[in-house]
Write a protein that binds this ligand. Structure first.
Ligand SMILES: NC(=O)c1ccc[n+]([C@@H]2O[C@H](COP(=O)([O-])OP(=O)(O)OC[C@H]3O[C@@H](n4cnc5c(N)ncnc54)[C@H](O)[C@@H]3O)[C@@H](O)[C@H]2O)c1
Length: 243
């Protein structure tokens, strides 16, 4: 069977990344996964280390021309009590560097190949927390001056939206398309029922997203590349309407 397009995906060992890999492999796409965690057919690499990343990714892309890049790697924060006024600065920097630096490095490398071929597509995965602040009361007891879902995650995901706008505008009048999917909460079996219940109250559709729904949206974007470039598309079961 003839191979379909080639997708480079960061965070390929994560909850969403793994299912994207499975979904598109079944459709005969060539997949180049990158993750700080090693896995079968995954380039093991910390994407915030530009030198190592360049060496490893370039050697792969010299053999296989990429068509699509999906930036899915992110440092997803653990839910932990914190006080903003005594927040640790190093933790803040660590929380934003995967999205804001890592995605930049990977995109820069892929764009070299996209420009040569005058064709390419970049899909950034952002979150509703990049446009709305988290409601801390769904993560823990609502107490004055105390939070649970960290704040730098919102900064990181907002940065990806800005990156999408600026890069799609830079590539105007070319065949390199850039877009962003602003995702709502994705359901995971290990989630506490009490959390899911509180989250659902914050959605219009009373639903969390499934990874398969995200895969189908990505497929739609790939098949409709000429109408969605420069767009930040919200897929959240109406969470942003309420958050
Ligand atoms: N899960 C959700 O509810 C949700 C909601 C909205 C948006 N998103 C976004 O979707 C994307 C995927 O989320 P997920 O739920 O699969 O998260 P996840 O934590 O399961 O996966 C993220 C992956 O990124 C990898 N990663 C982290 N740091 C890295 C680094 N320095 N170099 C290379 N890889 C690194 C991790 O090892 C992990 O496999 C993220 O961008 C996230 O912000 C997720």
């Amino acid at each position: 069977m003839i191979k379909n397009k080639t997708i480079v995906i960061t965070g390929s060992e994560g909850l969403i990344g793994k299912d994207i890999v499975k979904y598109f492999k079944k459709k005969n796409y060539e997949i180049i996964g990158i993750d700080i965690v090693g896995g079968k057919n995954t380039i093991k690499c910390d994407i915030t280390n530009e030198k190592v990343l360049k060496k490893k990714l370039d050697s792969k892309l010299k053999e296989i021309q990429p068509d699509i890049l999906i930036n899915a790697a992110s440092k997803i924060p653990k839910i932990n009590k914190f006080k903003f006024s005594s927040y640790n600065s190093q933790k803040w920097i660590k929380g934003i560097e995967v999205d804001l630096l890592g995605s930049f490095y990977v995109t820069k490398i892929c764009c070299k190949y996209f420009e040569k071929a005058n064709s390419g597509m970049i899909i950034n995965l952002s979150s509703i927390y990049g446009v709305s602040g988290p409601d801390q009361s769904i993560y823990g007891k609502a107490l004055k001056y105390q939070g649970y879902k960290n704040l730098e995650y919102s900064v990181a995901k907002a940065g990806l939206i800005g990156f999408t706008n600026a890069l799609s505008s830079y590539y105007k009048n070319t065949n390199i398309k850039v877009l962003c999917l602003i995702l709502g909460g994705v359901f995971e079996k290990k989630m506490k029922k009490s959390f899911v219940k509180k989250y659902l109250l914050k959605t219009v559709e009373n639903k969390m997203l499934s990874t398969i729904e995200i895969c189908k949206y990505i497929e739609f974007c790939i098949n409709n590349r000429n109408i969605i470039s420069g767009s930040n598309i919200t897929i959240d079961n109406g969470a942003k309407a309420i958050f």
